[in-house]
Design a protein around this ligand. Structure first.
Ligand SMILES: CC/C=C\C/C=C\C/C=C\C/C=C/C(=O)SCCNC(=O)CCNC(=O)[C@H](O)C(C)(C)COP(=O)(O)OP(=O)(O)OC[C@H]1O[C@@H](n2cnc3c(N)ncnc32)[C@H](O)[C@@H]1OP(=O)(O)O
Ligand code: FAD
Length: 645
């Protein structure tokens, strides 16, 4: 199963080897539990481990293999970030996709060797979503052949970029490029921020950390201001866009090619989110198979809480989603890598498809991941609320994904633009022009679903029902938009009046894609035992998902209420059928205790002993009487006693 999760036995077994290697190297382990550390201690500890990784990674992984590096980082550094998180996730991808060969020689090679540390500085205090209204300006000075970076007002301060605050000495900065008074929109520049030797901010740069956040606090998200700060013309990233010495602008082959670092993260984060969801479910499912509370049969001992149907309903559909997401994530990464290669040869034809797909997936997957993690926390009762479970940290990190790389409700609209265009083609009788991801929009629906007509309906029947729902909602939402426009609204006003419906269409389209990705993967599985378990999980998934969106199919009679009952019964049947495999389904992700960082979710299942040892190790328990008691509580009680006398 691990080979299914990690797209092949090769990487699955490399993960095991890497974990086994690290088990023998205590210097790579957390020196104490992260929840017991202050933010400063965590940053110091993370930097220590990062240095070790840099020194010894060749002994543990193949550093050219991104997935091996990812696993090494998960084991050693964990999810709370590290001082070079953005260096790997965005700085290097931005240089790879946007710097010319010459620029790559100069900077990318140094970045890969970790001679410099970089980040991606785009968001500002006043604007994150609307990139065309960023306020940092880069004005071209023809005489000196330099760009002058400037922060004209407080809202133009860069705000949020990870590792900008304290760690990075370079950034890929996004600023509005002005040449001879003309605004050429957001462009990307390579900008030195700190002295390479002293790490002091360079003259003209104001920089610092933005303070603690909900989670992800090892990352020093930062602020940055420029005071007429000059960089050479050749610091504009010029793989696709160029500015000649005389100020002539050479257009890229696609207007949004500069957005590639965002598309990179959106493509990869689907897998990252699946893994965080699987972390929380591993903890909650293991704990639920240890925790005994209450009886189902009063003549029998108390049961494991995992025997309760409500607990299964709380956890198992999310287990299915984690599998679905990791399968969809693998497809997204393949598409991203293909588009990256095609863009190199000047072929930008798939950029719009990739953008639409990743915008939808990013939004749906992060939202459902956060919901699933929060349910996993509640599934652990009181102990889920303790940081010993580590689920609150996992939630805090994962839910950030709903906001970063494009706020979810905004990104759903990006997919909606694509769907509306496709609906326009259907309306115009040009369905043959639809891309493969939306070809179903041009097909004709059956009048009713056949879901309960055979003893075990095939997945095709479910896919058809999801297609019917997504098609109906897309065409209806597009019709709403076109209707407002026909009545005289501008496209923008009509769009705003239709966005709730448009975003519903985007979600349904994306959920259909996820179901199809799951079906595609299960169909490929050769081993019959594995196929049976994955088929059960997929059956649980399609029934759960369909129930969740059934209103769309009930309203036009595509599904009848008796079919709905059938779907419910199928769901309950598969909850019970999956129960004996539940722990194995989470164990198959093969997370080591080190990677999971959860006292509650350890493989040994010694929950109570582990929790008690953890509590005793809490810094508050180092002494029996705290200074706060000596200083305040004792005098308070003493004066109360004295006044009584
Ligand atoms: C390995 C990594 C794994 C895990 C990562 C873990 C941790 C990292 C943690 C945090 C890092 C976080 C980093 C950040 O958050 S960086 C900042 C991210 N910021 C955003 O995402 C901003 C969101 N806003 C936008 O992307 C754009 O403003 C928006 C797309 C919403 C609108 O842009 P614009 O106004 O320029 O365009 P429109 O007029 O709306 O559209 C015109 C047209 O262009 C198409 N389009 C837009 N973007 C793209 C694209 N990237 N590729 C292709 N095409 C694109 C759009 O669809 C329109 O098309 P059409 O409808 O045909 O006109
Ligand atoms: C953990 C974390 C890490 C980050 N790391 C980085 C980084 O490394 N580099 C970087 O540059 N940035 C980073 N960011 C910033 C992040 O990319 C932005 O916060 C994000 O893109 C959202 O933009 P915003 O803050 O402007 O939200 P806003 O756009 O202000 O959103 C506020 C509300 O307005 C709504 N809204 C906005 N526009 C529209 C619209 N057109 N239609 C309908 N509703 C709308 C949104 O849906 C939302 O409900 C990070 C953020 C976080 C939380």
């Amino acid at each position: 199963m691990a080979a299914q999760i990690y797209s092949g036995e090769k990487y699955a077994s490399r993960r095991r080897e890497i974990s086994a290697n690290l088990a023998k190297r205590p210097e790579f382990h957390d020196s104490k539990p992260l929840p017991f550390m202050t933010r400063e201690e965590k940053i110091l500890e993370s930097s220590r481990k990062l240095t070790l990784i840099s020194k010894h990674m060749n002994e543990i992984i193949d550093p050219s293999d991104k997935r091996e590096l990812y696993h090494l980082n998960c084991e050693v550094l964990g999810i709370e970030g590290n001082p070079m998180a953005l260096h790997g996730d965005m700085f290097i991808p931005a240089l790879t996709a946007q710097a010319s060969d010459e620029q790559q020689e100069k900077w990318l090679s140094r970045a890969l060797r970790r001679e410099i540390i970089g980040t991606y500085a785009q968001t500002e205090l006043g604007h994150g979503t609307n990139l065309r209204k960023l306020e940092t300006i880069a004005t071209y000075d023809v005489d000196t052949q330099e760009f002058v970076l400037h922060t004209p007002q407080i809202t133009a301060l860069k705000w949020w970029p990870g590792n900008l605050g304290k760690s990075s000495n370079y950034a890929v900065v996004v600023a509005l490029m002005i040449i001879k008074g003309k605004n050429y929109g957001p462009q990307t520049f390579m900008v030195p921020l700190r002295d390479e030797k002293t790490h002091q901010p360079l003259k003209g740069i104001t920089i610092g950390d933005i303070g603690p956040k909900l989670a992800y606090n090892i990352v020093d998200n930062g602020f940055l201001g420029f005071d007429h700060y000059r960089i050479p013309r050749t610091n504009l990233l010029m793989r696709h866009t160029r500015v000649e010495p005389d100020g002539t602008f050479v257009k890229p082959p696609h207007a949004k090619i500069n957005y590639s670092a965002m598309v990179h993260v959106r493509s990869y984060m689907i897998t990252g989110q699946a893994i965080m969801l699987a972390y929380a479910l591993t903890i909650a499912t293991r704990y639920s198979s240890v925790r005994r509370q209450g009886q189902i049969d009063t003549t029998q001992p108390e049961v494991k809480v995992l025997e309760y149907q409500t607990q299964q309903h709380r956890l198992f559909p999310s287990i299915a989603r984690a599998y679905a997401f990791v399968f969809a994530g693998a497809e997204t990464v393949r598409l991203y890598e293909r588009v990256l290669q095609e863009v190199e040869t000047g072929n930008v034809s798939l950029m719009a498809d990739l953008h639409a797909l990743t915008s939808g997936l990013k939004s749906v997957v992060t939202h459902q991941t956060a919901q699933g993690i929060e349910q996993a926390r509640m599934a652990c009762g009181g102990h889920g609320y303790s940081q010993a479970s580590y689920i609150s940290e996992i939630f805090g990190v994962a839910v950030g994904g709903c906001t970063y790389e494009g706020e979810n409700l905004v990104m759903l609209q990006q997919l909606a633009r694509y769907l509306v265009k496709s609906a326009g083609l259907v309306q115009a009788g040009q369905s043959s022009k639809l891309g493969p991801l939306v070809a179903y929009l041009g097909a004709k629906s059956d009048s009713t679903s056949l879901i309960d007509r055979t003893p075990t309906p095939g997945f095709a029947e479910y896919v058809k029902t999801f297609q019917h729902i997504a098609r109906k909602q897309t065409l209806k939402a597009a019709q709403k938009l076109f209707g407002f426009m026909e009545k005289g609204d501008t496209r923008e006003v009509a769009w705003n009046k239709s966005t709730v419906e448009l975003n519903r269409a985007s979600r349904l389209h994306t959920r259909l894609y996820i179901v199809e990705a799951f079906v595609r993967r299960v169909e490929e599985v050769a081993d019959p035992r594995l196929k049976e378990v994955l088929t059960d999980l997929l059956r649980l998934h399609v029934n759960y998902e369909l129930l969740d969106v059934a209103a769309y199919a009930l309203e036009d009679g595509f599904l009848s209420s008796s079919q709905l009952d059938y779907i419910r019964e199928q769901l309950y049947f598969y909850l019970a059928k999956i129960r004996p495999n539940a722990v194995s389904l989470v164990d198959s992700w093969e997370f080591s205790d080190r990677e999971l960082r959860s006292v509650l979710g350890r493989r040994d299942g010694n929950v109570y002993e582990n929790l008690f040892a953890w509590a005793k190790a809490s810094p508050l328990n180092k002494t029996d009487v705290l200074p706060s008691v000596d200083k305040y509580l004792k005098p308070l009680m003493e004066s109360a006693r004295a006044s009584k006398l």
